[in-house]
Design a protein. Structure first.
Lengths: 282, 422, 318
């Protein structure tokens, strides 16, 4: 990070203290709910519902987690979620970067229309296409298959937009130089362009993974038997009843769903943050 | 962008040209086929929500013992999006053999023509509570069988009532008012009787009062909401808010209802059977002795709301006969009692209530009594939307002091523009 | 001026055909076209099948009276032309939802941008250590489950037991019922949305701040500019494209406001937090597919218009 100014001691100490006070206060407000979620998932149901609420658990219990893991076939649902999220992410990385590259760096007839179409669907509210999409998938005989869960999400408009914008900022000279060296278009893409896109790919990868991992409605509707359910769908089975919500189970479920994502985020946050920062802008 | 829009319009025009035939006026006339004799065979696929979905597979083992050539495959569906899942399945023709259907969804899904009419020579209509059976009847044809029921009663704090000098539960509208006042003034409850001040589902709290006063939602195919009886019921409902006998916040939405009742801020409220378990669980040891339930108070009648779920067989079912056999098995009184023991679902079959498990429980006995005078809104394809109209006006009356007569007129007018979908 | 903060070289139009090319221009062009389509093909095929077809179908749907009861025979619906669109504008609830959504966007977008910018500026200051920890912390709400967020916020805003009102009580103020009062519910939701989303903008602004050349600040300091003056006359102008980008992205997202009112207020009290997306969701729930589709495309036009407006502003500043 760039240094803004050389510190002038006395005045800076006061400024620094003020700054920290504001930042720490902000951090508390922002991280609070997350911490509360973690802490409350080990409280008994009655304590979660207690008014006024407690911060630290008065009684620590793992009953919600135990119940969650004993009632649901965790490895199965976790595995389904993982397969779907990994396939969706991999597909998006390949297809979106290929089209993004073509849109940004190759001249071919129809590319403007194509880009406009892709951008246009990005702005269509998702609910409206849900039923037609399902009818389509069911006519193709893909209901209750991994293909039905993955295929509709392989071609995400967001990914194309992101990759195109990022590739526009890569100078043509690098690509041109590789071409002059005699590399074919595919070689250029694979061994020159893609390595340059690493931050953008990391961003796209994590965002796609996150979206796929949390997706609820589509897997619920496409999976007609429980052995194809993903984790969020399975979790919703037990925590929300017709007339009651089991907060303990719900919070424990939320922790279980969020934790893998947070871990991925923590590991990749350097790439991820830099990735978003450099790609979005054009 | 402009070119893109033009493309879309062209494509849309093409699709519309294909589509331009218009719908035929028929529907609803199909007669029921009978069900073959003998034991059920083959795989029966069932969708069920929530706890029912979780427990049914294990429960059905008794059925497959009786019918060794049959296999029951249950898919549990989260309540959250069950409506969307069933609607999509109908659109994509990917329905199972049987699905559990919320009673208020029957009208909408039956109208799609996706359900198989109930074979009445196979299922005995008179075995069920009539209010429950009515939820399956759409345009004169029954499209399913009630599985379990629930109804609304008045929950109240016995200890607070005692402190307020009340010895008997309220039996009339006037007594209910006095009761709420006493709980507030003499026993320190902030809400003597908490009523849902609008918001999703508040029609379930309000309509029992309307029905008890002789009001009806529909007369034939038309809405008949705008009547003096309805206005009077809504005025009565409003008076609890106007006289500060109920807070105007939606305690249910804020998840605070149970705790408010346990702490004594709420002296009484209207709800269904699930609250017995919730309160006993959250109130801690001994709390079960501090509250009781009472039937809805009488005006012209003492009618409550009946809800629950039905079981329907789809027309596209691959194993129709076996599906109906499974449903018939689930409707046996002894099976209904066992099902109550497994998941606490109240039997929809009247004979089930003769069992001592239900008869001897003071809470349940009251629910059983109320079920004899309980009804549901007439099944219609547009019910969810009509319900939201009622919810909206109840909220205006409760929170914004809207004149009940005006609110009832608005309900009538908005509901009519929505129509019954028939 | 280059807009992108971390761009290594000035961006320029892609693969311009150079004028000096003379030989085999057509052959080369044809080959280029072929390569282009080869790269585009896999995505385009999937896109055409799984996105374009449903979009066209849903657009067609918006000109019919398709209801959920027609699901088994969707071809037998009646074509009603623009009827759904006309009805939308006489639908009092839809108008209410549109106003709520606009108010939310107009107040919420600047609020989120200011919060994100403040966080970014603070974290970019040389005075702060543990930046990574703060960065991750501020970003957490973006990945935390909305359900957990809703539960916590309902407790925070509870009129009696809530932390907010208890704090207010300390300074002698009797706090209102934040989510239960029809004039305060939308502002509360707005603040909550800003809280939830500012982390995303912070990250983008941080990157933008890092790209501001240090010598500009140096020059400003030599001219005697204080911290505030530096911020106003160096940081803000240099950051303008970044700010506008943030506005576009946030604007598109905020126009589709749904989750916050869905989990916090169910659109109430008295429809004061009903958003356009929520109204569409309700109409789908009621089974009015044609009507809901029409409402979706009105929202779509709104999003396109807002984006176009912001892109224009973005471009004119370059």
């Amino acid at each position: 990070m760039s240094t803004m100014d050389t510190p002038v001691r006395g005045r800076d100490r006061a400024a620094r203290i003020a700054l920290y006070a504001v930042l720490v206060a902000g951090l508390l407000v922002v991280v609070g709910p997350f911490v509360w979620m973690l802490l409350s998932s080990v409280k008994p149901e009655a304590e979660i519902r207690q008014v006024p609420p407690t911060w630290l658990p008065e009684t620590v219990t793992l009953e919600h987690y135990r119940e969650l893991f004993s009632r649901l076939n965790f490895p199965r649902y976790f595995g389904n979620s993982l397969v779907v999220a990994v396939l969706t992410t991999a597909g998006n990385l390949v297809f979106c970067s290929a089209l993004g590259y073509a849109l940004a760096k190759l001249r071919f007839p129809g590319r403007r229309v194509l880009f406009a179409l892709v951008l246009g669907t990005l702005m269509v509210p998702g609910m409206v296409t849900f039923v037609p999409q399902f009818v389509l998938v069911s006519n193709m005989g893909l209901v209750n298959s991994y293909a039905g869960l993955v295929l509709p999400f392989l071609a995400g408009p967001f990914g194309v937009f992101l990759m195109r914008q990022y590739l526009l900022s890569i100078p043509d000279d690098i690509i041109e130089a590789a071409r002059i060296d005699g590399a074919g278009e595919w070689r250029v893409f694979w061994s020159v362009v893609l390595p340059l896109c690493r931050p953008a790919l990391a961003t796209l990868g994590i965002l796609t993974f996150l979206a796929s991992w949390n997706n609820f409605l589509w897997p619920l509707v496409v999976a007609t038997t429980e052995d194809r359910y993903t984790l969020p769908v399975a979790l919703a089975l037990y925590s929300v009843g017709q007339n009651r919500i089991d907060f303990g189970l719900m919070l424990a479920g939320a922790v279980v769903v969020v934790l893998p994502v947070v871990v991925v985020f923590l590991v990749l946050q350097r790439h991820f943050l830099r990735g978003i920062a450099t790609t979005g802008l054009k | 962008m402009r070119r893109q829009r033009r493309l879309w319009l062209a494509a849309a025009a093409a699709v519309l040209a294909l589509a331009g035939c218009g719908r035929d006026a028929g529907g609803g006339q199909d007669g029921a086929r009978s069900v073959g004799d003998g034991k059920a065979t083959g795989e029966i696929t069932v969708w069920a929500m929530g706890t029912e979905g979780e427990k049914l597979a294990e429960f059905a083992k008794a059925f497959t013992t009786e019918n060794p050539d049959a296999k029951v495959t249950v898919t549990a569906v989260p309540w959250d999006a069950a409506h969307q899942k069933i609607a999509s399945a109908i659109a994509g023709k990917q329905t199972p053999d049987i699905s559990m259907i919320g009673t208020t969804w029957m009208g909408e899904f039956a109208k799609t023509g996706a359900f198989d009419p109930t074979p009445l020579n196979f299922v005995d209509k008179s075995a069920f509570f009539s209010g429950a059976w009515d939820t399956t009847v759409v345009d004169g044809t029954s499209y399913g069988v009630p599985w379990y029921v629930e109804t609304r009663l008045i929950y109240y704090r016995k200890d607070l009532a005692q402190r307020a000098g009340i010895t008997a539960a309220p039996q009339t509208w006037d007594e209910l008012k006095t009761f709420a006042k006493a709980l507030k003034e003499k026993a320190g409850a902030q809400s003597g009787l908490y009523l849902q001040p609008g918001g999703t589902g508040s029609w379930q709290s309000f309509l029992p009062f309307a029905w008890s006063n002789g009001a009806e939602l529909t007369a034939g195919k038309d809405f008949s909401i705008d009547t003096p009886e309805m206005t009077e019921a809504l005025t009565y409902y409003q008076s609890f808010f106007a006289e500060n006998l109920s807070v105007k916040n939606d305690l249910g939405l804020q998840g605070a209802l149970e705790q408010s009742f346990i702490s004594g801020k709420v002296g009484a409220f209207v709800s269904g059977p699930w609250h017995v378990g919730l309160l006993t669980e959250q109130g801690g040891p001994g709390f079960a002795d501090k509250f009781a339930v009472a039937p809805m108070p009488r005006k012209k009648t003492a009618t409550s709301f009946i809800g629950g779920s039905d079981l329907a067989v789809f027309k596209d079912a691959k194993n129709r006969d076996a599906a109906w056999k499974f449903i018939a098995w689930l409707s046996k009184p002894e099976v209904q009692v066992k099902w109550y023991q497994a998941v606490k679902d109240l039997p929809a079959v009247q004979k089930g209530w003769d069992d001592s498990t239900l008869k001897d429980d003071p809470f349940l006995a009251t629910f059983g009594l109320q079920l004899k005078d309980a009804k549901s809104p007439p099944p219609m394809a547009t019910w969810e939307q009509v319900a939201s109209v009622i919810d909206g006006q109840v909220e205006r009356v409760a929170k914004a002091g809207e004149n009940p007569a005006t609110a009832v007129k608005t309900m009538q007018q908005q509901a009519s523009s929505v129509g019954t979908g028939g | 001026m280059t807009a992108a903060p971390a761009t290594t070289a000035p961006s320029r139009p892609a693969a311009t055909d150079r004028p000096h090319r003379t030989d085999g221009v057509t052959g080369r062009r044809r080959r280029r076209a072929l390569t282009g389509w080869l790269f585009a093909a896999p995505f385009t095929v999937l896109f055409a099948v799984f996105m374009a077809v449903p979009v066209v179908a849903s657009l067609a749907m918006s000109f019919t009276d398709l209801r959920s009861t027609d699901l088994r025979n969707p071809w037998s619906v009646d074509v009603v032309g623009l009827d759904n669109y006309v009805r939308l504008f006489s639908d009092a609830l839809f108008r209410r939802a549109a106003v709520n959504t606009l108010v939310f966007v107009v107040v919420g977008v600047p609020l989120t941008i200011v919060a994100g910018l403040a966080a970014a500026t603070a974290l970019n200051s040389a005075l702060v250590r543990f930046r990574a920890a703060f960065r991750v912390g501020f970003y957490l709400p973006v990945v935390t489950s909305i359900v957990a967020i809703a539960v916590v916020w309902r407790f925070l805003l509870d009129p009696e037991a809530g932390l907010v009102n208890n704090l207010l009580r300390v300074v002698g103020i009797d706090g209102p019922n934040w989510l239960g009062d029809s004039s305060l519910a939308l502002p509360s939701i707005t603040v909550m949305a800003a809280w939830r989303n500012f982390g995303f903008l912070m990250v983008i602004f941080l990157a933008g701040l890092q790209a501001v050349p240090a010598d500009l600040y140096e020059a400003a300091r030599i001219d005697g500019a204080g911290r505030w003056a530096q911020f106003r006359h160096v940081t803000l102008p240099m950051l303008r494209p970044t700010l506008l980008f943030g506005a576009v992205v946030t604007g598109i997202g905020y126009l589709q406001l749904f989750e916050e009112p869905f989990v916090m207020t169910r659109g109430g009290p008295l429809s004061s937090t009903l958003s356009v997306s929520y109204h569409i969701y309700n109409q789908f729930g009621f089974g009015n597919y044609g009507y809901a589709a029409a409402a979706s495309y009105v929202l779509f036009v709104g999003i396109v218009a807002l984006s176009a407006l912001q892109f224009r502003l973005l471009r004119s500043s370059e």
